[in-house]
Design a protein around this ligand. Structure first.
Ligand code: SUG
Length: 446
Protein backbone atom coordinates (compact mmCIF):
# COMPACT_ATOMS: atom_id res chain seq x y z
CA UNK A 1 0.00 0.00 0.00
CA UNK A 2 1.43 3.44 -0.94
CA UNK A 3 2.33 5.82 1.91
CA UNK A 4 0.53 8.77 0.28
CA UNK A 5 -2.25 9.28 -2.25
CA UNK A 6 -3.39 12.14 -4.41
CA UNK A 7 -6.94 13.27 -3.69
CA UNK A 8 -8.88 15.50 -6.03
CA UNK A 9 -11.23 17.90 -4.26
CA UNK A 10 -13.79 18.99 -6.81
CA UNK A 11 -15.81 22.13 -6.42
CA UNK A 12 -19.48 21.34 -5.94
CA UNK A 13 -21.31 23.73 -8.28
CA UNK A 14 -23.57 26.13 -6.40
CA UNK A 15 -27.28 26.83 -7.06
CA UNK A 16 -26.24 30.29 -8.33
CA UNK A 17 -24.25 29.00 -11.35
CA UNK A 18 -24.76 31.57 -14.12
CA UNK A 19 -23.12 33.09 -17.18
CA UNK A 20 -22.21 36.73 -16.61
CA UNK A 21 -19.21 37.27 -18.87
CA UNK A 22 -17.06 38.44 -15.99
CA UNK A 23 -13.69 37.06 -17.07
CA UNK A 24 -11.99 39.22 -19.67
CA UNK A 25 -9.31 37.04 -21.29
CA UNK A 26 -11.32 33.83 -20.81
CA UNK A 27 -12.83 33.17 -24.23
CA UNK A 28 -15.68 30.89 -23.11
CA UNK A 29 -16.83 33.23 -20.34
CA UNK A 30 -16.95 36.10 -22.79
CA UNK A 31 -18.71 34.14 -25.54
CA UNK A 32 -21.55 32.89 -23.34
CA UNK A 33 -22.30 36.14 -21.60
CA UNK A 34 -25.96 36.59 -20.77
CA UNK A 35 -27.09 33.15 -21.87
CA UNK A 36 -29.20 31.08 -19.46
CA UNK A 37 -27.48 28.45 -17.36
CA UNK A 38 -28.77 25.23 -15.84
CA UNK A 39 -27.44 25.05 -12.26
CA UNK A 40 -29.03 21.65 -11.59
CA UNK A 41 -27.40 20.07 -14.60
CA UNK A 42 -24.08 21.77 -13.79
CA UNK A 43 -24.01 20.31 -10.29
CA UNK A 44 -25.08 16.84 -11.49
CA UNK A 45 -22.41 16.83 -14.22
CA UNK A 46 -19.76 17.64 -11.62
CA UNK A 47 -21.03 15.02 -9.21
CA UNK A 48 -21.06 12.37 -11.94
CA UNK A 49 -17.36 12.99 -12.60
CA UNK A 50 -16.53 12.82 -8.89
CA UNK A 51 -18.42 9.60 -8.45
CA UNK A 52 -16.93 7.92 -11.53
CA UNK A 53 -13.39 8.70 -10.41
CA UNK A 54 -14.10 7.59 -6.84
CA UNK A 55 -15.53 4.34 -8.20
CA UNK A 56 -12.32 3.82 -10.15
CA UNK A 57 -10.43 3.98 -6.85
CA UNK A 58 -8.97 7.48 -7.15
CA UNK A 59 -8.97 9.64 -4.00
CA UNK A 60 -11.93 11.98 -4.40
CA UNK A 61 -13.45 14.64 -2.21
CA UNK A 62 -15.36 17.86 -2.69
CA UNK A 63 -15.23 21.46 -1.62
CA UNK A 64 -18.62 23.06 -0.95
CA UNK A 65 -19.91 26.16 -2.76
CA UNK A 66 -19.68 29.58 -1.15
CA UNK A 67 -22.61 31.62 0.17
CA UNK A 68 -23.95 33.93 -2.55
CA UNK A 69 -24.88 36.60 -3.21
CA UNK A 70 -22.09 38.17 -1.21
CA UNK A 71 -24.13 40.75 0.73
CA UNK A 72 -21.02 41.95 2.53
CA UNK A 73 -19.53 43.02 -0.81
CA UNK A 74 -22.76 44.69 -1.93
CA UNK A 75 -23.15 46.58 1.34
CA UNK A 76 -19.49 47.63 1.29
CA UNK A 77 -20.18 49.22 -2.09
CA UNK A 78 -23.02 51.35 -0.76
CA UNK A 79 -26.16 49.27 -1.33
CA UNK A 80 -28.28 49.52 1.81
CA UNK A 81 -31.51 48.27 3.38
CA UNK A 82 -32.94 44.78 3.65
CA UNK A 83 -31.38 41.97 1.61
CA UNK A 84 -34.18 42.35 -0.95
CA UNK A 85 -33.57 46.12 -1.14
CA UNK A 86 -29.82 45.60 -1.61
CA UNK A 87 -30.47 43.21 -4.49
CA UNK A 88 -33.00 45.48 -6.12
CA UNK A 89 -30.77 48.57 -5.92
CA UNK A 90 -27.71 46.70 -7.16
CA UNK A 91 -29.72 45.25 -10.08
CA UNK A 92 -30.89 48.72 -11.12
CA UNK A 93 -27.68 50.69 -10.54
CA UNK A 94 -24.85 48.21 -11.09
CA UNK A 95 -26.00 44.86 -12.55
CA UNK A 96 -22.42 43.76 -13.23
CA UNK A 97 -21.55 44.24 -9.56
CA UNK A 98 -24.60 42.16 -8.62
CA UNK A 99 -23.44 39.46 -11.04
CA UNK A 100 -20.00 39.52 -9.37
CA UNK A 101 -21.61 39.13 -5.96
CA UNK A 102 -23.61 36.19 -7.36
CA UNK A 103 -20.88 34.31 -9.23
CA UNK A 104 -20.53 30.57 -8.64
CA UNK A 105 -16.83 30.84 -9.51
CA UNK A 106 -15.60 29.05 -6.33
CA UNK A 107 -16.60 25.85 -8.18
CA UNK A 108 -13.20 26.08 -9.95
CA UNK A 109 -11.24 24.86 -6.97
CA UNK A 110 -7.95 24.69 -8.89
CA UNK A 111 -7.98 28.41 -8.11
CA UNK A 112 -8.82 28.02 -4.42
CA UNK A 113 -5.26 27.60 -3.18
CA UNK A 114 -1.73 26.41 -3.86
CA UNK A 115 -1.01 23.17 -2.04
CA UNK A 116 2.39 21.71 -1.14
CA UNK A 117 2.50 18.18 0.26
CA UNK A 118 4.50 17.44 3.40
CA UNK A 119 7.19 15.60 1.40
CA UNK A 120 8.19 18.95 -0.13
CA UNK A 121 8.00 21.34 2.83
CA UNK A 122 10.63 22.10 5.47
CA UNK A 123 8.36 21.32 8.45
CA UNK A 124 6.85 18.18 6.90
CA UNK A 125 3.33 19.61 7.08
CA UNK A 126 0.99 20.01 4.15
CA UNK A 127 0.77 23.73 3.34
CA UNK A 128 -2.14 25.66 1.81
CA UNK A 129 -2.13 29.28 0.65
CA UNK A 130 -5.53 30.54 -0.46
CA UNK A 131 -5.32 32.39 -3.76
CA UNK A 132 -6.17 36.10 -3.71
CA UNK A 133 -7.57 35.95 -7.29
CA UNK A 134 -7.26 39.71 -7.31
CA UNK A 135 -7.38 40.07 -11.09
CA UNK A 136 -11.19 39.79 -11.16
CA UNK A 137 -13.68 41.37 -8.80
CA UNK A 138 -15.99 38.34 -8.76
CA UNK A 139 -13.10 36.10 -7.66
CA UNK A 140 -11.18 38.48 -5.39
CA UNK A 141 -13.50 37.88 -2.41
CA UNK A 142 -13.40 34.06 -2.58
CA UNK A 143 -10.32 33.64 -0.40
CA UNK A 144 -11.75 34.29 3.11
CA UNK A 145 -14.27 31.46 2.66
CA UNK A 146 -11.73 29.27 0.84
CA UNK A 147 -9.41 29.59 3.82
CA UNK A 148 -12.27 28.91 6.25
CA UNK A 149 -13.35 25.82 4.30
CA UNK A 150 -9.83 24.43 4.04
CA UNK A 151 -9.16 25.06 7.73
CA UNK A 152 -12.32 23.20 8.68
CA UNK A 153 -11.56 20.21 6.48
CA UNK A 154 -7.84 20.09 7.23
CA UNK A 155 -7.94 21.29 10.82
CA UNK A 156 -5.23 19.32 12.62
CA UNK A 157 -2.27 21.66 12.97
CA UNK A 158 0.13 18.79 13.50
CA UNK A 159 -0.37 17.91 9.85
CA UNK A 160 -1.71 20.97 8.09
CA UNK A 161 -0.54 24.61 7.81
CA UNK A 162 -2.75 27.36 6.37
CA UNK A 163 -1.55 30.72 5.09
CA UNK A 164 -3.70 33.75 4.40
CA UNK A 165 -3.94 34.95 0.80
CA UNK A 166 -1.09 37.17 -0.44
CA UNK A 167 -1.62 40.96 -0.45
CA UNK A 168 -4.48 41.77 -2.83
CA UNK A 169 -2.62 44.03 -5.23
CA UNK A 170 -1.37 43.58 -8.82
CA UNK A 171 2.20 42.78 -7.69
CA UNK A 172 1.02 39.61 -5.96
CA UNK A 173 -1.68 38.40 -8.33
CA UNK A 174 -2.11 34.73 -7.44
CA UNK A 175 -4.43 32.19 -9.09
CA UNK A 176 -3.55 29.17 -6.95
CA UNK A 177 -2.96 25.68 -8.26
CA UNK A 178 -3.98 26.60 -11.83
CA UNK A 179 -0.38 27.76 -12.31
CA UNK A 180 1.31 25.20 -10.08
CA UNK A 181 2.31 21.63 -10.88
CA UNK A 182 3.95 19.00 -8.73
CA UNK A 183 6.16 16.37 -10.33
CA UNK A 184 7.52 13.32 -8.51
CA UNK A 185 8.26 9.62 -8.86
CA UNK A 186 5.70 8.50 -6.29
CA UNK A 187 3.30 10.79 -4.43
CA UNK A 188 5.00 10.14 -1.09
CA UNK A 189 8.47 11.05 -2.41
CA UNK A 190 10.04 14.51 -2.33
CA UNK A 191 8.87 16.22 -5.49
CA UNK A 192 9.53 19.18 -7.74
CA UNK A 193 7.19 22.16 -7.49
CA UNK A 194 6.78 23.99 -10.77
CA UNK A 195 5.36 27.52 -10.80
CA UNK A 196 4.31 29.19 -14.03
CA UNK A 197 3.77 32.95 -14.02
CA UNK A 198 2.37 35.32 -16.60
CA UNK A 199 4.30 38.48 -15.82
CA UNK A 200 6.90 40.07 -13.54
CA UNK A 201 5.78 43.11 -11.58
CA UNK A 202 9.17 44.53 -10.61
CA UNK A 203 10.93 44.18 -13.96
CA UNK A 204 9.63 46.80 -16.38
CA UNK A 205 11.47 45.10 -19.26
CA UNK A 206 9.97 41.66 -18.78
CA UNK A 207 7.73 40.31 -21.51
CA UNK A 208 3.99 40.50 -20.93
CA UNK A 209 0.84 39.90 -22.96
CA UNK A 210 -0.64 42.90 -24.72
CA UNK A 211 -4.28 41.98 -25.24
CA UNK A 212 -5.39 40.01 -22.20
CA UNK A 213 -4.25 40.20 -18.57
CA UNK A 214 -1.57 37.95 -17.08
CA UNK A 215 -3.14 36.98 -13.78
CA UNK A 216 -0.17 35.39 -11.99
CA UNK A 217 3.07 37.20 -11.11
CA UNK A 218 6.51 35.75 -10.47
CA UNK A 219 6.56 37.63 -7.18
CA UNK A 220 3.43 35.80 -6.00
CA UNK A 221 4.82 32.39 -6.93
CA UNK A 222 8.09 33.12 -5.10
CA UNK A 223 6.22 34.25 -1.99
CA UNK A 224 4.25 31.01 -1.91
CA UNK A 225 7.40 28.91 -2.25
CA UNK A 226 8.85 30.81 0.75
CA UNK A 227 5.69 30.46 2.83
CA UNK A 228 5.54 26.73 2.16
CA UNK A 229 9.22 26.22 3.03
CA UNK A 230 10.08 24.66 -0.33
CA UNK A 231 13.62 23.63 -1.17
CA UNK A 232 14.95 26.03 -3.87
CA UNK A 233 16.78 23.20 -5.66
CA UNK A 234 13.44 21.46 -6.18
CA UNK A 235 11.46 24.57 -7.13
CA UNK A 236 11.23 25.67 -10.76
CA UNK A 237 9.79 28.89 -12.17
CA UNK A 238 8.90 29.45 -15.81
CA UNK A 239 7.17 32.22 -17.65
CA UNK A 240 4.10 31.42 -19.66
CA UNK A 241 4.31 32.40 -23.31
CA UNK A 242 2.64 35.87 -23.40
CA UNK A 243 1.50 35.12 -26.95
CA UNK A 244 -0.78 32.31 -25.78
CA UNK A 245 -2.25 34.37 -22.96
CA UNK A 246 -3.33 36.73 -25.73
CA UNK A 247 -5.07 33.77 -27.41
CA UNK A 248 -7.17 32.96 -24.36
CA UNK A 249 -4.80 30.86 -22.21
CA UNK A 250 -5.58 32.75 -19.01
CA UNK A 251 -4.05 30.09 -16.73
CA UNK A 252 -1.20 27.66 -17.39
CA UNK A 253 -3.63 24.78 -16.85
CA UNK A 254 -5.28 25.68 -20.17
CA UNK A 255 -2.04 24.73 -22.01
CA UNK A 256 -0.18 22.22 -19.78
CA UNK A 257 -0.83 19.61 -17.11
CA UNK A 258 1.64 17.54 -15.13
CA UNK A 259 1.50 14.68 -12.68
CA UNK A 260 4.01 12.13 -11.45
CA UNK A 261 6.87 12.21 -13.94
CA UNK A 262 4.79 13.39 -16.87
CA UNK A 263 4.49 16.92 -18.21
CA UNK A 264 1.85 17.05 -20.96
CA UNK A 265 2.15 20.42 -22.68
CA UNK A 266 1.74 22.37 -25.88
CA UNK A 267 4.91 23.45 -27.64
CA UNK A 268 3.86 27.09 -27.29
CA UNK A 269 3.06 26.91 -23.57
CA UNK A 270 6.27 28.42 -22.21
CA UNK A 271 8.24 31.51 -23.14
CA UNK A 272 11.44 29.44 -23.24
CA UNK A 273 10.57 25.78 -23.74
CA UNK A 274 14.15 24.45 -23.77
CA UNK A 275 15.22 26.28 -20.60
CA UNK A 276 12.01 25.20 -18.83
CA UNK A 277 12.60 21.54 -19.67
CA UNK A 278 16.27 21.78 -18.65
CA UNK A 279 15.34 23.27 -15.28
CA UNK A 280 12.70 20.61 -14.71
CA UNK A 281 15.06 17.79 -15.70
CA UNK A 282 17.74 19.07 -13.33
CA UNK A 283 15.27 19.38 -10.47
CA UNK A 284 13.81 15.93 -11.13
CA UNK A 285 17.31 14.53 -11.20
CA UNK A 286 17.91 16.01 -7.74
CA UNK A 287 15.02 13.89 -6.39
CA UNK A 288 16.30 10.79 -8.18
CA UNK A 289 13.61 10.82 -10.81
CA UNK A 290 13.33 11.62 -14.51
CA UNK A 291 10.99 13.94 -16.36
CA UNK A 292 8.80 12.41 -19.06
CA UNK A 293 7.75 15.27 -21.36
CA UNK A 294 4.80 14.70 -23.70
CA UNK A 295 4.87 17.60 -26.14
CA UNK A 296 1.99 18.48 -28.44
CA UNK A 297 3.03 20.27 -31.63
CA UNK A 298 1.14 23.20 -33.14
CA UNK A 299 0.99 21.26 -36.42
CA UNK A 300 -1.11 18.60 -34.65
CA UNK A 301 -3.18 20.85 -32.38
CA UNK A 302 -3.26 24.61 -33.00
CA UNK A 303 -3.53 26.78 -29.87
CA UNK A 304 -7.06 27.82 -30.85
CA UNK A 305 -8.16 24.16 -30.83
CA UNK A 306 -6.45 23.56 -27.48
CA UNK A 307 -8.39 26.52 -26.04
CA UNK A 308 -11.70 25.49 -27.61
CA UNK A 309 -11.45 21.84 -26.56
CA UNK A 310 -9.61 22.32 -23.24
CA UNK A 311 -7.32 19.40 -24.13
CA UNK A 312 -4.77 20.48 -21.52
CA UNK A 313 -7.35 21.31 -18.87
CA UNK A 314 -7.46 17.61 -18.33
CA UNK A 315 -6.68 15.59 -15.25
CA UNK A 316 -3.66 13.34 -15.48
CA UNK A 317 -4.24 10.54 -12.99
CA UNK A 318 -1.46 8.16 -12.01
CA UNK A 319 -2.70 4.57 -11.90
CA UNK A 320 -1.47 1.66 -9.81
CA UNK A 321 0.35 0.17 -12.82
CA UNK A 322 2.41 3.36 -13.26
CA UNK A 323 0.49 4.46 -16.37
CA UNK A 324 -1.74 7.53 -16.55
CA UNK A 325 -5.39 8.15 -17.38
CA UNK A 326 -6.32 11.45 -18.99
CA UNK A 327 -9.69 12.91 -17.93
CA UNK A 328 -10.94 15.16 -20.72
CA UNK A 329 -14.11 17.11 -21.44
CA UNK A 330 -16.43 15.96 -24.22
CA UNK A 331 -15.37 18.96 -26.31
CA UNK A 332 -12.10 17.09 -27.01
CA UNK A 333 -13.94 14.45 -29.04
CA UNK A 334 -15.81 17.20 -30.90
CA UNK A 335 -12.68 19.08 -32.02
CA UNK A 336 -11.27 17.21 -35.03
CA UNK A 337 -7.55 17.89 -34.51
CA UNK A 338 -7.75 17.04 -30.82
CA UNK A 339 -9.80 13.87 -31.32
CA UNK A 340 -7.24 12.70 -33.89
CA UNK A 341 -4.33 13.55 -31.61
CA UNK A 342 -5.83 11.76 -28.61
CA UNK A 343 -6.52 8.66 -30.62
CA UNK A 344 -2.83 8.46 -31.54
CA UNK A 345 -1.67 9.35 -28.04
CA UNK A 346 -3.48 6.45 -26.41
CA UNK A 347 -2.13 3.99 -28.98
CA UNK A 348 1.42 5.37 -28.87
CA UNK A 349 2.72 3.13 -26.09
CA UNK A 350 3.63 6.22 -24.05
CA UNK A 351 2.78 6.93 -20.40
CA UNK A 352 -0.84 7.99 -21.08
CA UNK A 353 -2.83 4.91 -22.05
CA UNK A 354 -6.43 5.66 -21.13
CA UNK A 355 -8.95 8.38 -21.87
CA UNK A 356 -11.91 9.17 -19.62
CA UNK A 357 -14.39 11.59 -21.18
CA UNK A 358 -17.00 13.60 -19.26
CA UNK A 359 -19.82 15.94 -20.17
CA UNK A 360 -19.03 19.09 -18.19
CA UNK A 361 -20.59 21.48 -20.64
CA UNK A 362 -22.22 23.71 -18.05
CA UNK A 363 -18.85 24.51 -16.48
CA UNK A 364 -17.01 24.54 -19.81
CA UNK A 365 -19.27 27.35 -21.04
CA UNK A 366 -17.67 29.53 -18.37
CA UNK A 367 -14.14 28.34 -19.18
CA UNK A 368 -13.89 25.63 -16.52
CA UNK A 369 -12.82 22.13 -17.57
CA UNK A 370 -12.03 18.98 -15.56
CA UNK A 371 -8.77 20.40 -14.15
CA UNK A 372 -10.31 23.75 -13.16
CA UNK A 373 -12.92 21.88 -11.17
CA UNK A 374 -10.47 20.14 -8.87
CA UNK A 375 -7.85 20.96 -6.26
CA UNK A 376 -5.18 18.30 -5.87
CA UNK A 377 -4.09 17.42 -2.35
CA UNK A 378 -1.48 14.73 -1.77
CA UNK A 379 -2.15 13.20 1.65
CA UNK A 380 -0.06 10.75 3.62
CA UNK A 381 -2.17 7.94 5.06
CA UNK A 382 -2.03 9.61 8.48
CA UNK A 383 -3.13 12.94 7.03
CA UNK A 384 -5.95 11.27 5.11
CA UNK A 385 -7.18 9.76 8.36
CA UNK A 386 -6.86 13.12 10.19
CA UNK A 387 -8.90 15.23 7.76
CA UNK A 388 -12.67 15.72 7.98
CA UNK A 389 -14.17 12.60 6.39
CA UNK A 390 -17.58 14.05 5.54
CA UNK A 391 -16.39 15.58 2.24
CA UNK A 392 -14.98 12.37 0.77
CA UNK A 393 -16.97 10.99 -2.14
CA UNK A 394 -18.48 7.61 -1.37
CA UNK A 395 -21.29 5.48 -2.75
CA UNK A 396 -23.29 6.57 0.32
CA UNK A 397 -22.68 10.31 -0.07
CA UNK A 398 -23.33 10.50 -3.82
CA UNK A 399 -27.10 9.79 -3.79
CA UNK A 400 -27.56 12.15 -0.84
CA UNK A 401 -25.91 14.95 -2.77
CA UNK A 402 -27.94 14.19 -5.88
CA UNK A 403 -31.14 14.36 -3.83
CA UNK A 404 -29.96 17.63 -2.27
CA UNK A 405 -29.35 19.13 -5.74
CA UNK A 406 -32.72 17.90 -7.01
CA UNK A 407 -34.43 19.51 -4.05
CA UNK A 408 -32.75 22.91 -4.09
CA UNK A 409 -31.54 23.78 -7.60
CA UNK A 410 -33.32 25.48 -10.45
CA UNK A 411 -32.92 24.08 -13.94
CA UNK A 412 -32.61 27.45 -15.57
CA UNK A 413 -31.07 30.71 -14.48
CA UNK A 414 -31.28 33.69 -16.82
CA UNK A 415 -29.42 36.98 -16.18
CA UNK A 416 -32.57 38.75 -14.94
CA UNK A 417 -33.18 35.99 -12.36
CA UNK A 418 -30.39 37.48 -10.27
CA UNK A 419 -32.83 40.31 -9.45
CA UNK A 420 -35.25 37.84 -7.85
CA UNK A 421 -34.90 38.10 -4.04
CA UNK A 422 -36.25 34.56 -3.74
CA UNK A 423 -33.11 33.20 -5.41
CA UNK A 424 -30.97 34.53 -2.55
CA UNK A 425 -33.22 32.79 -0.02
CA UNK A 426 -33.03 29.52 -1.99
CA UNK A 427 -29.25 29.68 -2.16
CA UNK A 428 -28.95 30.28 1.55
CA UNK A 429 -31.25 27.46 2.57
CA UNK A 430 -29.54 25.05 0.14
CA UNK A 431 -26.12 25.77 1.62
CA UNK A 432 -27.35 25.56 5.20
CA UNK A 433 -28.71 22.10 4.38
CA UNK A 434 -25.43 21.15 2.76
CA UNK A 435 -23.38 22.18 5.79
CA UNK A 436 -25.47 19.73 7.84
CA UNK A 437 -25.16 17.01 5.21
CA UNK A 438 -21.37 17.34 5.12
CA UNK A 439 -21.21 17.53 8.92
CA UNK A 440 -19.53 20.93 8.83
CA UNK A 441 -21.92 22.97 11.00
CA UNK A 442 -19.59 26.00 11.24
CA UNK A 443 -18.79 26.04 7.51
CA UNK A 444 -20.28 29.44 6.77
CA UNK A 445 -19.72 31.07 10.19
CA UNK A 446 -17.17 33.90 10.45
O1 SUG B 1 -11.53 32.57 -13.48
N1 SUG B 1 -14.50 31.69 -15.13
C1 SUG B 1 -13.31 31.29 -14.40
C2 SUG B 1 -12.81 29.98 -14.93
C3 SUG B 1 -11.69 29.46 -14.08
C4 SUG B 1 -10.99 28.30 -14.70
N2 SUG B 1 -10.00 27.82 -13.84
C5 SUG B 1 -8.82 27.28 -14.23
N3 SUG B 1 -8.40 27.37 -15.46
N4 SUG B 1 -8.09 26.70 -13.35
C6 SUG B 1 -12.24 32.36 -14.48
O2 SUG B 1 -12.09 32.97 -15.55
C7 SUG B 1 -16.48 33.05 -15.51
C8 SUG B 1 -17.60 33.68 -14.70
C9 SUG B 1 -18.64 34.33 -15.56
O3 SUG B 1 -18.29 34.88 -16.59
O4 SUG B 1 -19.84 34.26 -15.20
C10 SUG B 1 -15.28 32.67 -14.67
O5 SUG B 1 -15.07 33.24 -13.62
Amino acid sequence: MPLAREFNFDGLVGPNHNYAGLSFGNVASFSNVKSASNPKQAALQGLAKMRALAQRGFGQGLLPPQMRPNFRLLRSLGFTGSDAAVISKAWKEAPVVLACAYSASPMWTANAATVSPGADTDDGRLHFTAANLNNKLHRAFEHPQSTRTLRQIFGDERYFAHHEALPGCPAFGDEGAANHTRLCARHEDAGVEFFVYGRVEFDPNAAAPSRYPARQTLEASQAIARLHGLNPARTVYAQQNPGVIDQGVFHNDVIAVGSGQVLFYHEQAFRDEAATLDDLRRAMDSVGSALIPVRVDTADVPVADAVASYLFNSQLLMKDDGKYALVVPQECSETASVARYLDQLIKSGGPIDELLTFDLRQSMRNGGGPACLRLRVVLSNEQAAAMHQGVLMTEALYPRLVAWVEKHYRDTLAPQDLADPQLAIECQSALEDLARLLELPMLYQD
